[in-house]
Design a protein around this ligand. Structure first.
Ligand SMILES: Nc1ncnc2c1ncn2[C@@H]1O[C@H](COP(=O)(O)OP(=O)(O)OP(=O)(O)O)[C@@H](O)[C@H]1O
Ligand SMILES: [Mg+2]
Length: 236
């Protein structure tokens, strides 16, 4: 479904992604792990047109999309929930969702999705008319994911969805991610919580300083503790 081929991302003299290749099959939940600065966000951002790759190919459902404008990528069904829960704090929860869905041409279906999401995430339903800036971290992450779902993704790229959240809320977010696949949404997830990510993912790639240094199923990668000490470094 998604194929990244020899992708290179540079920022001036820094080569953040040094020719990586990876793929995600339809229906999979794949984790992309690695320490800070490994190039994980750069990889996701390059897929959705937020960053222009220096070279390499990104193929989504048979179509080359590297360098395509972000709004065109979204319309193909490849949607990124970026790092840091970027929501519009001055707008209401409902306005946040409507604005995310505004990119779609099927307005009726979009509005139906809005109602469905406000039911599915009850806290968002309760707070629909309140400013998004009043939400807690976990609630804001639910809104960030719901915003992506408003774009009718077929493949969702999640960048560190649990960063900075309390343990109970982390569980909730992992629960939501697991639910997505039962709805037929394919997921590629960057996650600093390697142990938890490997529990729910079909496969994982491990990235370090711009290259892929390991890949496979949780079992193939060995126990998560070993993976962490050998690839990810202390504190991951
Ligand atoms: N906009 C930018 N301008 C310059 N350098 C950047 C930019 N974005 C990222 N970098 C650099 O590129 C490298 C990879 O960064 P990236 O954010 O992709 O890593 P990451 O794996 O997502 O890290 P983290 O786990 O901290 O989110 C880092 O050295 C980072 O400092
Ligand atoms: Mg990152």
């Amino acid at each position: 479904m998604l194929q990244i081929d020899s992708l290179v991302v540079r920022y001036g003299g820094i080569q953040a992604v040094q020719g990586i290749s990876l793929e995600v099959q339809e229906g999979e939940l794949v984790a992309l792990l690695g320490p800070n600065g490994a190039g994980k966000s750069s990889t996701l951002n390059a897929c959705v047109g937020m960053v222009k790759p220096a070279s390499g190919r990104v193929v989504f459902e048979g179509r080359e999309i590297q360098g395509m404008a972000p709004e065109d990528v979204v319309r193909l069904g490849l949607v990124l929930t970026p790092e840091g829960r970027r929501i519009l704090t001055g707008l209401t929860v409902r306005e946040n969702l409507l604005l995310a869905g505004a990119i779609r041409k099927d307005r009726k279906a979009m509005l139906a999705d809005l109602d469905r999401l406000l039911e599915r995430f009850p806290i968002l339903g309760e707070r629909a008319g309140l400013a998004a800036g009043t939400l807690s971290g976990g609630e804001a992450q639910q809104l960030a994911i719901a915003r992506s779902l408003m774009c009718a993704p077929r493949l969702l790229l999640l960048d560190e969805p649990t960063l900075g959240l309390a343990p109970k809320v982390v569980d909730q977010v992992f629960g939501i991610v697991e639910e997505l696949r039962t709805e037929g949404i394919t997921v590629l997830m960057v996650e600093q919580n390697a142990v938890r990510a490997l529990e729910i993912a079909d496969r994982a790639y491990v990235m370090r300083t711009g290259v892929i240094v390991g890949q496979g199923t949780s079992a193939e990668l060995g126990d998560a503790e070993g993976l962490i000490s050998s690839y990810l470094g202390a504190g991951s």
